[in-house]
Design a binder for this molecule. Structure first.
Ligand SMILES: Nc1ncnc2c1ncn2[C@@H]1O[C@H](COP(=O)(O)OP(=O)(O)OP(=O)(O)O)[C@@H](O)[C@H]1O
Length: 303
């Protein structure tokens, strides 16, 4: 059964297109990574799922319920770690947990909840005195209140040191083992790699890829970087290489570089030779998972 079902979802903020007709399905029990660079539209998608933002077109369903019309019922079964959660400075960790339990009308033991995120010792301190990492961990604890069927975590590792990142990972794994569906966003592939069953890569409001980590790895293994040096490399040679099937990202500097599938390497050389290029040297290399992520998102990388 699909826990999240997004169909043709678009969102425009004035002249800015944040989402451009995305389709996405997350099945029950999946740990799903929602990846993309800053500004890709991840938070907008999450905010639509929770009815904090209204879509311009398309629809989103959670647990088979409409995200707009049935948001109360959806939120009761969903634990949320919002991006950049602001704590109530004067309330203690315990009081934060009690606050969420009250608002969801469920019972929760603050010591158990905060123990899971490593805040046992700080439970009766005001959250205003917590470090950034402690605040983030408390927010994760708050998301766990009421044993939700779906956890939505927006950039859960933001501001955390490696120990904090590992703790989040442990909690996600524990939740997944108990059957909770987990949907979380990140702009760092390596942070979702260890825990996710599947990922979607979002770029400029469009889904660039949806796959398992193994599937992505297979794709990345197939693609390789090819660098050719020689005489006669010009715009016509670039155009000829661009026309070869299985070749992308052709760039001419001192050398000609492109991303190429193994079977197309020979075609690249033939295209160059046919264009009068005298090839001096060829280098080829495998691309990593991280390269692949960059490949899908490079249009906005660095913005
Ligand atoms: N309230 C708003 N008003 C106008 N534009 C907005 C608003 N919220 C988001 N945007 C724009 O929509 C686009 C998508 O933003 P969004 O926050 O969803 O991306 P994101 O992938 O979550 O990015 P980040 O990783 O930086 O949080 C961006 O261009 C952003 O500037």
């Amino acid at each position: 059964m699909a826990v999240i079902d997004i169909d043709g979802l678009s969102k425009e903020y004035g002249s800015v297109t944040a989402l451009n007709g995305i389709d996405l399905t997350v099945e029950s029990g999946e740990v799903f990574g929602f990846l993309g660079p800053n500004g890709a539209g991840k938070s907008t998608t999450i905010n639509i799922l929770l009815d904090f933002v209204r879509p311009t077109a398309g629809s989103a369903q959670v647990f088979g319920m409409d995200a707009q019309r049935e948001s109360q019922q959806i939120r009761r079964r969903t634990g949320v770690l919002p991006e950049g959660y602001q704590v109530y400075e004067r309330l203690t960790g315990r009081e934060h947990v009690e606050f969420v339990a009250d608002s969801k009308d469920v019972s929760a033991d603050p010591a158990t909840v905060l123990g899971r995120v490593g805040l046992d010792d700080a439970i009766d301190r005001q959250a205003g005195g917590y470090s950034k990492g402690m605040r983030q961990r408390m927010a994760l604890g708050m998301a766990l209140v009421g044993d939700p069927d779906l956890l939505i975590l927006d950039e859960p590792s933001a501001g955390l040191d490696p120990t904090g990142v590992k703790e989040i990972r442990d909690v996600v794994n524990e939740e997944a083992a108990s059957g909770t569906t987990v949907f979380f966003s990140s702009h760092i592939l390596s942070q979702v790699e260890a825990v996710c069953d599947r990922v979607a890569i979002l770029n400029e409001g469009t889904i660039a890829a949806t796959d398992t980590i193994d599937g992505l790895r297979e794709t990345s293994g197939k693609q390789g970087q090819m660098t050719v040096t020689g005489r006669g490399l010009d715009d016509a040679a670039v155009a000829a290489v661009e026309a070869v099937d299985g070749v992308t990202d052709v760039v001419l500097d001192d050398a000609l570089e492109c991303t190429v599938e193994p079977t197309a390497k020979i075609d690249v050389l033939e295209a160059l030779t046919a264009n009068g290029v005298e090839v001096d040297d060829i280098e080829t290399g495998e691309s990593s998972l991280e390269d692949l992520f960059m490949h899908y998102t490079e249009a906005t990388h660095g913005n």
